[in-house]
Write a protein that binds this ligand. Structure first.
Ligand SMILES: Cc1cc2nc3c(=O)[nH]c(=O)nc-3n(C[C@H](O)[C@H](O)[C@H](O)COP(=O)(O)OP(=O)(O)OC[C@H]3O[C@@H](n4cnc5c(N)ncnc54)[C@H](O)[C@@H]3O)c2cc1C
Length: 356
């Protein structure tokens, strides 16, 4: 039977989740198709909500706007899905030299950065699991993390209950496109939006976009001696996820885009961990995801240069959980009200790369 929708969305990572939710809320008929997160970056992500580049102590792009929007957005999504996935937790940057301490103090006086860090440092002596040279900690405000497993699964259930999701891998070659509609099996859609993450590289409609995807590996460890007070950071993060478990991450690799965990990166993470802590732990899991990143480090959002009813919401890089809600709202305004996309994320900045 013919099934007509306004928007067919392919992919239910954070991009597809946010976009479908916002369009459904505006009263549009939406169908989401996802292969049950088989290649999802979101599922693997640490989910940190962090407004700073911790190495340089600089603010990330549009940090204040995203922080403000996320608070209200995620809390509404939690209510709608009857789930809890937002966890407020302060990030503490470990400081192990006088130079680092001076740098922190200097940066805490910089306008904008001072919204997120203050000069005063935390004495870390009481944390016996840390090496003694980690003597101070700088607190980063307005931080936390999203439990992406709970978010994705609870939103998936929300869609299942409304009959709005199909769990299957979309064969791009079977999409039939005309000027008026897109047809896939019995679905006839006025618009098609790809939220397929790094798989866009294999998508015949968008294989020309300059994705520069980045593999990331992450460990889950268990330790009786670590403490849950903060998300500790220095080169890596130690993120408490409950039940004495901690996510340790993450790595970056631009060359190997396989979804297989590697011994080399496991070793790299554990070496970095052991530079910070001196307690016992057991490694429970080793996971891998591919961040859909872009050459110029900005997302890619907009309409296909030739097919005016085919769109893309992608390129969230290493901060999808942080950026996607607000960018999703802006994209919905673009789709429904013809408002211009922010030029830094607009797909049309790469139209020149598309060959007819
Ligand atoms: C190790 C690691 C740590 C990270 N940590 C953080 C962090 O702390 N904070 C943060 O904000 N971000 C983090 N990220 C980045 C974040 O994961 C991404 O920015 C974000 O998840 C991208 O979301 P997406 O929806 O675009 O893609 P995805 O999550 O990859 O979603 C795409 C979905 O489409 C599905 N799909 C693809 N092709 C098809 C098809 N043909 N048919 C059906 N379904 C299909 C996939 O299975 C998947 O479910 C991290 C990433 C990694 C790998």
């Amino acid at each position: 039977m013919k099934h007509t929708v306004d928007f067919l969305i392919i992919g239910q990572g954070i991009a597809g989740t946010i976009l479908s939710y916002q369009l459904i809320n505006k009263g549009y008929k939406v169908k989401v198709m996802d292969d049950h997160h088989q290649t999802s970056s979101t599922l693997v992500a640490a989910g940190l909500i962090n407004p700073l580049v911790l190495k340089r102590l600089t603010k990330t792009w549009r940090a204040e706007e995203f922080i403000q929007f996320n608070k209200q957005f995620y809390s509404e999504l939690e209510k709608e899905t009857n789930a809890t996935f937002v966890i407020d937790k302060t990030i503490i940057k470990l400081i192990s030299s006088d130079n680092e301490r001076e740098f922190w103090k200097k940066r805490s006086k910089v306008e904008g950065v001072n919204n997120f860090i203050s000069e005063q440092l935390e004495d870390l002596k009481k944390y016996h699991f840390l090496h003694k040279n980690m003597f101070d900690g700088g607190l980063v405000k307005k931080t936390g993390w999203i439990d992406t497993k709970i978010l994705l699964e609870s939103y998936r259930m929300y869609l299942i209950n409304k009959g709005l999701i199909l769990t299957e891998k979309v064969d791009y070659c079977k999409l039939k496109t005309t000027d008026n509609e897109i047809i896939y099996q019995d679905i006839h859609a006025t618009n098609l939006i790809f939220c397929d993450g790094f798989q866009s590289a294999n998508n015949p409609y968008f294989d020309w976009i300059p994705l520069s995807s980045v593999k990331g590996e992450l460990l889950v460890i268990q330790s009786e001696q670590l403490k849950d007070d903060y998300i500790f950071n220095k080169k890596i993060f130690i993120l408490p996820i409950g039940d004495k478990k901690y996510k340790i991450g993450a790595t970056y690799n631009w060359k190997d885009l396989s979804l297989l965990p590697t011994e080399g990166k496991r070793e790299e993470l554990l070496n970095n961990l052991e530079e910070l802590i001196n307690c016992d732990y057991t490694v429970l899991e080793h996971t891998v995801g591919i961040r859909p990143a872009v050459k110029d480090r900005r997302p890619l959002i907009g309409t296909h240069p030739k097919h005016k009813n085919i769109h893309l919401f992608n390129g969230m890089g290493s901060r999808g959980l942080f950026m996607a809600p607000k960018l999703g709202e802006e994209f919905v305004n673009y789709l429904l009200e013809n408002k211009q996309m922010n030029s830094e994320v607009a797909l049309n900045r790469y139209y020149k790369d598309y060959l007819n």
